[in-house]
Structures are given as structure tokens and as C-alpha cells.
Design a protein around this ligand. Structure first.
Ligand SMILES: *[C@@H]1O[C@H](CO)[C@@H](O)[C@H](O)[C@H]1NC(C)=O
Ligand SMILES: CC(=O)N[C@H]1CO[C@H](CO)[C@@H](O)[C@@H]1O
Length: 531
């Protein structure tokens, strides 16, 4: 045990030293490259169409109170206004979208069955949607930030994209991610760096950071993300919007690059990201497709009958940094408000196993599948479509400014080299024990509140210095639970605060109902241009 710890701390030391050195290089090149963008601010939202939930827009379009073309054009205008500042949308399909909107308006004109028929068949008819680039959208890039895949174009739609289109939604484009969706910032050498609409000096998070950023900036109202360590929840938190990590196994994982397989299918999960809590459930209903029957989304949730728990932090002994006082204070205030509003008692809980949450995530992410096959090495994915990259060689090239890959991806490939040959039994035991406790605690009517991250959106590249802060989201991937990330107003500096709302397995309706309450009580999304 002691030896293992020693080895681990040596690894950590080397890992961090490399990262610090690289950070210095990155910062120098960063400040040389973009001196001005940072001081500018986002313009406020002027068009009232941009301030309606997708479900309300759909109703207005069905009732011909507004045309789909008008709505789509309003979002195109907003994207054109904000995207030069935030670099969130990396490829648009504006012309095709406007054509589709024209078709929608014609269809509604000719529809004889009335509004109800349209609502049943096409609940999102005429409403624009944004999609994370790692999901296939026909005719859009299929690169996930890899320069070597620059020319790859998706030849079909991912299942969940097809489901949204079939419900009448109109994709406006695809959004930025981290290289291969494996880092806490959305930066890569193909599309450049995405910025946070609340402060352009800061990251929108990753890997669904382009989604988070364009939604936070009101350049989209609904979007789609994927999450294997926090990739929906972290950007939702940093950009002040809602994001739902569905119970795994519900929303299709088909049509993504990199593809998920083996054990990862138990931890990865896709879900809606949006500005208004009311849109979460209707979107999930569509995205779940045939698996909808596994959920109880129609069940009416009585908040007063739920059992509530709050976890202020992981005990402060994990590899993540301590949770900032403003995040803790806000969660405490939220708990007090909930207790007085609903007349419930929120019990504080702690789990000593959480001090190992980073190691639990890393261990389970590298477990072989049932046939003994290990997950595809990251170096292979980085080399796509060619041979695997050599991480130390790429590191050298990066130091000379000659690598196609980001520091984060190279760091991940290097840390993969340090993976132990066999999973440490102690860590497996910690996970088992934590899973039993949390499953028992939550049951079908329990709700757990937990900070999404130790701090508000950090400055660009700073996550390289704190690579384990994602543990607060990642542990719930390994536990396989549904989580809704909800905004809770703004910090002193005007950056979004928020909380993770965790439910029992398959109890997505519970966390979604709490999200609606939190939006009503704490105001939900705020326009970053009007702060
Ligand atoms: C995207 O690229 C991957 C890997 O190169 C390929 O297997 C997949 O079929 C492509 N997706 C689409 C929809 O074209
Ligand atoms: C800032 C930046 O690098 N933006 C790029 C985003 O991606 C598009 C599409 O590849 C480029 O045209 C932009 O220059």
C-alpha cells in the first residue's frame, strides 16, 4: 500500500511537472496569438424570440404565430453576432436550415389535422438545434478536433440526431469540443479554442464546450452533448445552462467519434443541454427513442415526497482541489431555501470513498470488457486514421510548436503509459462500497445535491494545472446515475454558479422535476450580455 502510494505520488509529481512546464509554453504562445479578444464582451440579446424555450417556440410555430423561417433566421443572426467572439460553432448549415424551415412553414400551412396532431408527431417542428461535432450530422465534419481527420465528412446522421430531426428540429451547425472529447476545455488545433460567453478569458469547459458556449450565449436554445467524465455537466455549469446526463443505456451512443465500446458503454451517456429547464424532458423523450419505456418520464413527481441529501464536498482529501467557498455557500443557501419552500429536511451526507474518486474513474475507464479486451488506447485514436502516435515524441514536437495535438491530449496519452497492468483491488473495493451506499441512499425517491466542480469557469489553460478537478462529475459516470446540472445564479465576478442534482438509477424524471423547481426559484439562465 505504502509503496503503491509512493509510486503514485512520484507519477503525479512527474505528470504535474510536465504539465507546468507545458503550461508556461502554452501561455506564452497564447498571449502572443490573441491579445485583444479577451477584453470584449458579448452583446445583449435584443430579439425576444431568442428568449423563449424550444417547446414554446414549437407551439408558436404550429399556431402560425411565428414562422419557422423567422425563428431560424433569428438564431442565425445571433450566431453570426456572437460566434466570432466565442468560436463555439465550427461548421454551420445555415442555407440548408433555412430551406428546411421554409418546408416546415409550408407543411404547417397545409396540415389539416390541427395543432394536436402536429404536436404528437413533430413536437419540435421548426425549432433550431445545435449539435456537438463528435455526433454525426450528415454533411458536417466528422473530425472531433483532429487535424488528421480534417477532410472527414459524416455520410449519415447519428441515431439521436436522426430522432431529433424526425421530431422536426432543424440543426444549425456543429460545435467545438476538446481533442477527441477527452479534456476539460474545448480547444484543438483544427478549430481553435472556444470561449466562455460570461468572460472570454475563460473556458466554456469540455468536452461539450462549444455546445455550452453557444447555448450560454443565446446562439442556441437546445443542444446535445455526451458525457463520460462530466462533458455535459461541466460545460453546462461553466456556461450557466441546464445539462442532463441520462441514465446510461437509454440514449443511443451510435454515430459518434470516437466510438464507445466495451465497459465505456456503462459510463458514457448522452443527453440534452438547454437554456430552459422545461425543454429537458421533452428532449429526452425524443432522444430516448425506443428506450423511452425504460424510464418513467410520465410519472408525476411530488417534490414534497422526495428524500433530499446534500454532499458539500468529497471531504477535501481527493486529488481534486477543495471546493471554493462561493460554490459551497450557494449550495447551502439552496438547501435552506428548498427546506423552507417544500417543508422537507435535507440531510447532509459524506462518503469516505470519495477521496479516491479520481482513481476509481481511471481504474474503471481502463477495465477490459467481458471478453478481456482492453479499451482502445488513446494513442490509437489520436493517430486516426493513421498509426498510433508516440506520446513522448509528440511532447517534444509540441515543445517546438510542431505537433498537431494539444497539450491535454498528449498529457493524457502519457498518463495512459502509467496505467497499472491490473486494476488495484483496493480501488475496486472502494467503488463497490460507494455504489452500495449511494444506491441504497437514493432508491427511487432520493435526490442528492453535489458541487459540479471545485470552482467556477477557470481561465483558459488553467485546467492543465488542476487536471483532477473533473472528479466531482466523473464519479457519477462510474456509479451509472442520472444527473441534471442546474444553474444557481452568478458569482461576485458574474460567472455561473450551479449544482448537480443526482437521482437513483433510471429515475431521470426526479432530477428533471427538481431542475424545474430550481429554475423557478433561482432564475435559471441569465443573458451574459446584460450582466
Ligand atoms: C466517422 O468516422 C468514423 C471513423 O473514421 C467512421 O467509422 C464513421 O462511419 C464516420 N461516420 C459517418 C456518419 O460518416
Ligand atoms: C478561432 C478559430 O480558429 N476559428 C476556426 C474555427 O473553425 C473554423 C472551421 O474550421 C475555422 O474557419 C475558424 O478559423
Amino acid at each position: 500500500m505504502a509503496l503503491n502510494l509512493l509510486r503514485k505520488s512520484q507519477e503525479l509529481f512527474i505528470f504535474l511537472t510536465i504539465r507546468i512546464l507545458l503550461l508556461v509554453f502554452r501561455l506564452i504562445s497564447h498571449f502572443k496569438a490573441s491579445p485583444s479578444a479577451a477584453s470584449r464582451r458579448l452583446p445583449p440579446v435584443r430579439d425576444p424570440l431568442l428568449l423563449l424555450p424550444a417547446t414554446q417556440l414549437a407551439r408558436k410555430i404550429r399556431r402560425r404565430e411565428v414562422s419557422s423561417v423567422e425563428v431560424v433566421q433569428a438564431y442565425i443572426d445571433r450566431i453570426q453576432e456572437v460566434n466570432p467572439l466565442i468560436n463555439a460553432v465550427v461548421k454551420d448549415r445555415f442555407a440548408a436550415a433555412l430551406q428546411e424551415a421554409t418546408q416546415v412553414d409550408k407543411l404547417i400551412e397545409e396540415e389539416k389535422g390541427g395543432e394536436d396532431v402536429l404536436e404528437d408527431r413533430l413536437p419540435l417542428l421548426g425549432v433550431p438545434v445545435s449539435i456537438k461535432e463528435s455526433f454525426a450530422v450528415q454533411g458536417m465534419p466528422n473530425a472531433t478536433g483532429l487535424i488528421s481527420r480534417r477532410e472527414f465528412v459524416s455520410t449519415s446522421d447519428a441515431v439521436l440526431v436522426a430522432l431529433l430531426k424526425r421530431a422536426g428540429a432543424i440543426p444549425l451547425g456543429v460545435t467545438n469540443t476538446s481533442e477527441l472529447c477527452m479534456w476539460a476545455e474545448s480547444n484543438n488545433h483544427l478549430y481553435g479554442i472556444a470561449r466562455n460567453p460570461y468572460d472570454l478569458n475563460r473556458t466554456p469547459g469540455g468536452s461539450s464546450g462549444g455546445e455550452g458556449s453557444i447555448l450560454g450565449a443565446a446562439g442556441a436554445v437546445i443542444g446535445v452533448g455526451s458525457d463520460i467524465g462530466g462533458s455535459i455537466r461541466m460545460p453546462a455549469f461553466f456556461n450557466g445552462i441546464f445539462g442532463h446526463k441520462t441514465t446510461p443505456g437509454i440514449v443511443s451512443n451510435d454515430g459518434q467519434f470516437p466510438p464507445s465500446s466495451g465497459r465505456h458503454l456503462e459510463y458514457v451517456s448522452n443527453g440534452p443541454m438547454c437554456r430552459y429547464a422545461d425543454d429537458l424532458l421533452p428532449m429526452l423523450r425524443i432522444m430516448a427513442g425506443p428506450n423511452l419505456k425504460m424510464l418513467s418520464l410520465d410519472m408525476k413527481v411530488d417534490l414534497k415526497k422526495l428524500r433530499f441529501f446534500t454532499l458539500p464536498d468529497d471531504g477535501g482529501r481527493s486529488l481534486a482541489f477543495p471546493v471554493s467557498s462561493e460554490i459551497k455557500d450557494m449550495q447551502r443557501k439552496m438547501v435552506e431555501r428548498l427546506e423552507s419552500d417544500l417543508g422537507v429536511r435535507v440531510e447532509e451526507v459524506n462518503f469516505p470513498e470519495l477521496q479516491y474518486s479520481t482513481q476509481i474513474w481511471m481504474t474503471y475507464m481502463s477495465l477490459p470488457d467481458d471478453d478481456g479486451k482492453p479499451p482502445q488506447p488513446f494513442t490509437e485514436l489520436m493517430g486516426e486514421p493513421g498509426p498510433p502516435v508516440k506520446p513522448l515524441w509528440e511532447l517534444l514536437k509540441r515543445l517546438l510548436g510542431m505537433s498537431d495535438h494539444t497539450v491535454a491530449a498528449i498529457g493524457l496519452a502519457i498518463s495512459e503509459m502509467a496505467n497499472p497492468a491490473a486494476p488495484p483491488p483496493f480501488i475496486l473495493q472502494q467503488k463497490k462500497s460507494l455504489q452500495e451506499k449511494v444506491d441504497k441512499l437514493l432508491g427511487t425517491d432520493g435526490v442528492l445535491f453535489c458541487p459540479p466542480h471545485p470552482r467556477v469557469a477557470p481561465r483558459h489553460h488553467e485546467p492543465l494545472l488542476r487536471p483532477y478537478d473533473f472528479s466531482y462529475t466523473a464519479i457519477f459516470n462510474i456509479l451509472g446515475l442520472p444527473v441534471t446540472q442546474c444553474p444557481l445564479g452568478l458569482s461576485k465576478e458574474g460567472l455561473p454558479l450551479g449544482v448537480q442534482v443526482i437521482g437513483g438509477k433510471l429515475q431521470d424524471q426526479v432530477t428533471l422535476a427538481v431542475a424545474i423547481y430550481l429554475e423557478k426559484t433561482f432564475g435559471g439562465w441569465r443573458d451574459p450580455g446584460s450582466i
